[in-house]
Design a binder for this molecule. Structure first.
Ligand SMILES: C[S@@+](CC[C@H](N)C(=O)[O-])C[C@H]1O[C@@H](n2cnc3c(N)ncnc32)[C@H](O)[C@@H]1O
Length: 349
């Protein structure tokens, strides 16, 4: 009975969290009114400053994360859509290229390209990527330190494009203008690859199972004890520095909790349901998008070529038990993992 009620309330919760296209008020508007030093900071400055400060304190974490399962999922996707036949020597547009995951991906699978355009607003992320490049690699690569919207007009003229966003769309707060830019920049036959994004339809029963398995087979519980874990201590220091910098720069009027900062950065991650702990009034909640929402917003000109989920019980960080369970569940439940990869093709008229 208790479990039945829980299932019911989780189902309600997912319905309540459905993404509302073009909603006027957003969660960020409430956060801004509560935490910003509005005399010195506009909403866009507030967001830019939180992003810059977060990434300058966290950029190193992105080049040292566990990615071998993400590579495997990309390999499956490339094989499934037969990428080499689908698009030959594309002009690649890498939106939110970070420390170079996507660039490495194309090199790793020996996928040749005509040009690789790397777009990244954070100087720190871009700096790490540039440092990782050897001279002979820089061929056919160009950089834009800024946003995708800055370069849409130039990019849309290029034929035979492959747009790729990996683990970055859920960082975008105003989704609709971003999707409008993507639509405007693509020609018939171009591909849009979206990888490692949160599956906001993730079942809360699986979430419960995930927590149970991680408590038994990983150090997840021990890591909660700051005096036992060095990484936890470093984490506390990192959140403190982010807050101190934001207060010093005059962007915020009071300290923000790590969860609040994480949810501003990972804005589109809804399946963890920890947004609820922030007590944001419901009229400010625009919900959380999913591949279905993206497909319907992209419209009938776009054909969904591929959709698969993975990491059914979350990031294994190399823990072989969790990795084995993830692989097994991936075979059984194709659409119920925590993350997804999707590919759309722009149809010819
Ligand atoms: C989690 S990182 C992912 C980086 C890389 N794609 C990867 O998978 O390793 C998210 C990246 O999105 C970038 N980003 C945030 N807002 C963006 C925007 N409006 N346009 C382009 N990139 C953005 C961030 O600066 C950050 O480098």
């Amino acid at each position: 009975m208790v479990l039945k009620n829980k299932v019911k309330s989780y189902a309600n919760l997912q319905v309540k969290n459905m993404y509302k296209i073009n909603k006027k008020l957003h969660r960020i508007d409430w956060i801004y009114s509560e935490y910003a030093n509005v005399t010195t900071t506009s909403l866009s400055q507030f967001i830019t400053s939180i992003n810059d400060t977060y990434y300058s304190n966290s950029a190193n974490l992105y080049s040292s994360r566990f990615v071998s399962d993400i590579h495997r999922e990309y390999e499956n996707m490339f094989n499934s859509i037969n990428i080499r036949n689908k698009i030959n020597m594309p002009y690649i547009v890498d939106i939110g290229g970070g420390t170079g995951f996507e660039y490495d991906l194309f090199k790793r699978f020996s996928l040749k390209f005509h040009h690789f355009k790397y777009i990244e607003p954070s100087k720190d992320m871009m700096g790490i990527f540039k440092k990782s490049l050897t001279k002979d690699k820089i061929d056919k690569l160009s950089f834009h330190n800024g946003h995708f919207s800055d370069v849409v007009d130039v990019i849309k003229e290029e034929p035979n494009k492959l747009l790729i966003i990996n683990s970055a769309l859920h960082h975008i707060i105003w989704l609709e203008p971003m999707l409008d830019d993507i639509k405007a920049s693509m020609k018939a036959g171009d591909l849009f690859v979206l990888g490692h994004e949160p599956n906001n339809n993730y079942s809360q029963i699986l979430m419960f199972i995930q927590k149970l398995i991680r408590a038994v087979f990983s150090t997840a519980l021990l890591k909660r004890l700051p005096f036992l874990s060095r990484s936890r201590k470093n984490d506390v220091n990192r959140w403190n520095s982010i807050n101190e910098e934001l207060i010093k720069k005059g962007n915020i009027n009071k300290k923000m909790s790590p969860l609040l900062i994480r949810r501003i950065i990972d804005y589109g991650v809804g399946y963890k349901n920890d947004w609820m702990k922030l007590n944001i009034p419901k009229e400010y909640n625009e919900g959380f998008w999913n591949a279905e929402d993206l497909s319907s917003y992209l419209g009938s000109d776009f054909n969904l070529l591929y959709y698969r989920t993975y990491r059914h019980i979350g990031d294994s960080r190399g823990n072989w038990v969790i990795e084995a369970i993830n692989r097994l569940m991936g075979k059984l439940l194709k659409y119920q993992g925590t993350n997804f990869i999707a590919v759309w093709e722009k149809r010819s008229n």
